[in-house]
Every structure is written in structure tokens, then in C-alpha cells.
Design a protein around this ligand. Sequence first.
Ligand SMILES: O=C(O)c1ccccc1NCC(=O)[C@H](O)[C@H](O)COP(=O)(O)O
Length: 210
Amino acid sequence: MTVQIKYCGCQSEEDYKLLIESKADLIGFIFAESKREVDPTKVNSWIQKYGKPKKLVGVFQNASLQRINDVISTVPIDIIQCHGTETVDQLKEIRDHSNKEIYKALPYSEHILKEIELYGKVADSLIVDSVAKGQFGGTGIPFSWKEVPNMMRKANALGVTCFIAGGIRPDNVSELIRHNPHGIDLSGGIEENGKKSLKRIETLERMIMR
Ligand SMILES: O=C(O)c1ccccc1NCC(=O)[C@H](O)[C@H](O)COP(=O)(O)O
């Protein structure tokens, strides 16, 4: 199976031009508190200017329905990624309210298989990401990938796609690919000086033969 690629944290018009020409399947924008947070109106202007050849993901963290509504009425995103401590009931409410696909990010821990079981029944896809120094999302730090095959087995049984995120870079992606994740999700690993880097994207895509 071909591994799906999600590049996240698109922060500028230059980033967007680069990412739509990459081999990514999905491009993510951060609408949560972060150094990568973007303004919905600006994001929409890039999409109007350069088109929308990829699926677009809006990343939120414990956002209100009002905030989600404000963003999706401005930006034509396809997927809402919930990257906080949202409950199963809140995910259902967000889906009913928005009519979008819902991705749920789960913090990697010893309880990850139980979390996959719980959220895999309601989310369209899952993203297992690292927690580091109290931060969840965009940490730049990988977790131990030896549990990845078990996670994929659990996700397969539930019929959901499961992405792996957190500190994936061109120099470590081959090791992760050996564990056969359904998808990979990167942000900092394809950046140089805070901007998405063509060189790093091309190197990464060569490593995974895309
Ligand atoms: O990237 C952020 O700054 C961020 C902030 C708050 C919530 C989520 C965030 N990112 C979500 C993603 O999907 C990232 O791609 C993922 O966390 C991996 O980031 P990295 O470790 O930098 O590759």
C-alpha cells in the first residue's frame, strides 16, 4: 500500500505554492495557537490564486463550534483535524455541524491502542503524534515507532487510516516506513528557517520513493 503524505503547518503563499506542487496527498493549516497559526482570510486568498489540487486540512485544538464555523465559512477545507482533548461526543457534534471529514490526533502513550479503539469508531482518520514538554503538535520530536505495526493492525480492524506524526525528517523517514504506517504527517521536518523547503521535501520524497 502506498503511504499517504500529509504536510502540515503551511504558513505563507510561498509555502502553499511549494506544497501544492509536492507529492503530498493532504496539506494542513494550523488554526490553533502556535507559531504556525495562520489567518483564514489569507489562506483563502492563496487558494483562490493558485487553486486547490490537494485535499486541505484545518487543524484545531479544542476549538468552539463558532470558531470552526468561522474558519470553514472562509476557507474551503475538506477535513477538520481535532488536535486537542476533544471527546468522542464532541467529534460527533463537530461532524454533524460541519459536514466535513474528521481526523483526530491522539497523543502517543502506553494507552494508545485503547485510544485508537475508542476514537477509530468515530473519526475518519487518526493521527498518532508526540507529546513533548507539555506540547502536543508540532513538537519536532519522534516517539518510539516499535508499536506502529500494532497500531496499524488495530486501525485496520476498525477500517480507519492511521497517520504517524512527530519529528519525522528526511533522515529518519526510512526507519518509520519499515513499520508500514498508513500515512505520515510532517511539519518541522520539511522546514528550513521556519519555511517549507523544496530541498527537504524532494529528499524526503526520494527516501519514500514518491
Ligand atoms: O504544527 C504545529 O505548530 C501545531 C500546533 C498545534 C497543534 C497542532 C500542530 N501541528 C499538527 C500537525 O499535524 C503536525 O504536522 C504534527 O504535529 C507534526 O509536527 P512535527 O513534529 O513538526 O513534524
